[in-house]
Design a protein around this ligand. Structure first.
Ligand SMILES: [Fe+2]
Length: 426
């Protein structure tokens, strides 16, 4: 997910009437009220996630790939201002014209922007001003939805909808980025002292593989509900017989890989992966610390002992690939994952960790980005990245779906990334 979000908002807005894109032409009061509810729900969730964080927490950028919480709160607001209010609200007055430069992420068509690695240097606007910016845009979006005539509503509701899914993606990033920041702190602060890792059932039942019969499968977005452009067109793929890990790979299995010298055996690694592991000094998953011979990991609840029964998390594609080779197995392709998950064969497919596949992030047959500046949302990142499937514990409820294609560079491991295995033998 560069910035790059089932159930979609048909559930959030409580009607199911939004399909396929929430702009079915109905312009009655209930329809508007549903969209206003969805907008408020999503905007409030961003603030709920930021609420435990102090102004000092919200300004830090702990590495170039991560962004400050304050930036996420402002950038998601800029998105509505830039793509919804400016073009569709006649006479709209921007909260502050300078914010377009500060809070544009990567949209070249939307104008020049501040350097991404320097986001943490911006102390002004402060969190109070960013809150006022959010309130200004919230009010303007609500006024637009309430006052627009039916034809105008029809035209801009798809932009409102993508803005909501976009904000949900940043809600996940707020959490993954602050965890990275807190992990740099020797005192290992807790974002939520009561936090517990989900997915306990993942360790139960031992290893186990489920059979996916070879054949022709349709993958990609089916056309019902919202989807990003990169999830289509739906198309057929030919799969061979494969067995997929019913459950996620666990910390206990990862410890076995470590104890067997997995991080020290170059034959297990891709060349780029071995180089990354040496450069970065990888000897364990991200956020793991060895203290007096015992392994701990940084979590939202602070430092906690590594639980062997829980799914492994914060591993890069390179590590996942090396683990699979060590295990004598493979990573599944994204088509295999989608076919198996669609048949209900996979435990914890959603809501625990994103699962690396071995598929390059590339366009589906006849993929075309959506027109205009928003065409930069997904398509221009379709090189050198790897697809992850499912969703994670940080993904907002209702955001993920079967056809969702997340993508990160193979060395990335600050997201909630894990794996399940694939096996083609016998
Ligand atoms: Fe974004």
């Amino acid at each position: 997910m560069s910035d790059a979000g089932v159930a979609s908002f048909s559930r959030l807005i409580g009607t199911g009437a939004s399909e396929p894109h929430g702009h079915d032409g109905r312009t009655g009061g209930d329809h508007r009220a549903s969209w206003l509810r969805a907008f408020k729900t999503v905007r409030d969730e961003t603030e709920r996630r930021a609420a435990p964080l102090s102004p000092e927490d919200q300004v830090i950028q702990s590495m170039p790939d991560a962004s400050p919480t304050k930036w996420h709160r402002a950038h998601t607001t800029w998105f509505f201002e830039q793509f919804l209010l400016r073009p569709h609200q006649p006479g709209y007055r921007a909260f502050d014209d300078r914010f377009a430069f500060l809070f544009n992420s990567y949209y070249v068509a939307a104008g020049p922007r501040h350097d991404r690695p320097k986001r943490g240097l911006i102390t002004r606007p402060d969190t109070r001003e960013v809150a006022a910016y959010r309130a200004h845009v919230d009010q303007a979006v609500a006024a637009l939805v309430e006052s627009a005539d039916g034809a105008a509503l029809e035209k801009f509701l798809p932009i409102l909808e993508i803005g909501l899914h976009h904000e949900q993606q940043h809600q996940e990033l707020i959490l993954t980025d602050i965890l990275h920041a807190f992990a740099q702190n020797p005192t290992a602060p807790a974002y939520d002292p009561d936090w517990r890792m989900p997915g306990a059932a993942a360790g139960a039942g031992g290893a186990g593989f489920v059979d996916l019969e070879g054949g022709v499968y349709a993958i990609g977005h089916s056309g019902r509900g919202f989807a990003f452009d990169n999830e289509g067109p739906r198309h057929e793929v030919l799969l061979q017989d494969v067995r997929l890990g019913r459950r996620l790979v666990t910390n206990g299995e990862w410890l076995a890989f470590m104890q067997d010298g997995g991080y020290a055996e170059p034959a297990l690694w891709l060349s780029d992966g071995w180089a990354a592991a040496q450069t970065e000094g990888w000897a364990a998953p991200g956020y793991w610390r060895e203290i007096n011979g015992a392994w701990f990991q940084m979590t939202f609840g602070g430092l906690a002992p590594v639980d062997p029964a829980m799914p492994v998390c914060h591993v890069s594609y390179y590590e996942a690939d090396a683990f699979a080779r060590w295990a004598g197995k493979h990573l599944p392709s994204e088509a295999e994952w989608e076919a198996a998950a669609g048949l209900g064969l996979l435990e914890n497919a959603f809501g625990v960790v994103w699962q690396w596949t071995r598929s390059a992030y590339s366009p589906y047959p006849d993929y075309r980005p959506i027109p205009g500046a928003l065409g930069e949302y997904n398509g221009k990142f379709m090189v050198n990245q790897i697809v992850l499937r499912g969703s994670s514990l940080a993904t907002p409820e209702g955001h993920a779906r079967l056809s969702y294609r997340n993508f990160f560079y193979p060395h990335h491991r600050w997201q909630f990334t894990g794996l399940r295995l694939a096996d083609y033998a016998g």
